[in-house]
Design a protein around this ligand. Structure first.
Ligand SMILES: NC(=O)c1ccc[n+]([C@@H]2O[C@H](COP(=O)([O-])OP(=O)(O)OC[C@H]3O[C@@H](n4cnc5c(N)ncnc54)[C@H](OP(=O)(O)O)[C@@H]3O)[C@@H](O)[C@H]2O)c1
Length: 252
């Protein structure tokens, strides 16, 4: 008999989040999908993800919300539990990257980036905690970024670096606080990862940048495999870790 497992994945209409959902899709798995959904391309990409998950026998539900809005994380968790009756695991994946220079960036933009990445994690973790603590699979995984670990003058993402660093530190604190409740909290730290062509216009960064030591840029599936491992029973004794999935990008 398959055991029901409910997994909330933010930012799962495209790219890494959608690949995580596809990786986890199986009969008995309930996937709460989420995106901002402000434009037609976002909603089309989300529908394609939803259809794929259904074809794999998973049950999916879609919720659109801007995680910059206070209360949106609580509403997302409530929608998940109202729909599926429980919540076992959370992947806090929604995010973006800004290359705005420190010279141009405003204090408000910095706070907005932190609000988006760390604020959403905080709110969702707070709302999810009462549900996760009843699950034998309880786990939270944050999608962070190499930009908080690698500082090359021509490849800087200052606002995103600060926001991802804040989210990673929050994840470590959550790991310590939630360990007695049996809730694991870890981060994956992707390197340069190919964008979803269904969601983003073609870009030339693959031609401009030198690939990492393993010789290629990452795919969303590379990151999804690591997240699936951290959510698996094989990782029940792992908490408070940051797992770089970057082809060796941050080695030197
Ligand atoms: N691709 C890379 O090279 C790379 C490298 C390191 C880390 N990452 C991290 O990986 C995660 C996924 O990125 P991706 O490359 O897969 O990009 P993506 O395809 O653009 O996916 C981002 C997802 O996050 C959602 N999102 C963004 N801002 C949001 C907000 N304020 N409120 C709610 N949802 C929001 C998007 O929704 P909409 O589509 O509706 O806007 C989308 O579903 C991000 O956290 C990113 O920082 C990516």
């Amino acid at each position: 008999m398959t055991t029901k497992k409910v997994i909330l994945i933010t930012g799962s209409g495209s790219g890494i989040g959608a690949a995580i959902a596809r990786e986890l899709a199986a009969p008995g798995t309930c996937l709460q999908l989420h995106a901002r959904g402000n434009d037609a391309a976002s909603r089309q990409s989300m529908q394609a993800t939803y259809d794929f998950l259904s074809s794999k026998g998973a049950t999916a539900n879609i919720h659109y919300a801007d995680l910059n809005d206070a209360g949106s994380g609580h509403a997302l968790v409530k929608q998940t539990v109202d729909t599926f009756g429980q919540l076992d695991q959370v992947v806090s994946n929604a995010g973006h990257a800004s290359k705005k220079s420190l010279h141009e960036a405003s204090r408000q933009e910095l706070l907005a980036a932190v609000e988006n990445m760390a604020g959403a994690l905080l709110e969702i973790a707070q709302a999810a905690r009462p549900h996760l603590q009843h699950s034998p699979h309880a786990s939270i995984v944050l999608t962070s970024s190499f930009v908080a670990h690698r500082f090359r003058p021509t490849e800087l993402y200052p606002l995103t670096a600060a926001a991802k660093a804040a989210a990673e530190a929050l994840a470590m604190s959550l790991a310590a606080e939630l360990a007695p409740l049996g809730i694991n909290v870890n981060s994956v730290v992707p390197g340069y990862t190919l964008k979803d062509p269904n969601r983003h216009a073609a870009s030339d960064w693959q031609e401009r940048l030198t690939p990492p030591p393993l010789g290629r840029f990452g795919s969303p599936e590379d990151i999804a495999g690591a997240v699936a491992f951290l959510l698996s029973e094989k990782a029940r004794y792992i908490t408070g870790q940051k797992l770089a999935v970057d082809g060796g990008l941050c080695l030197g």
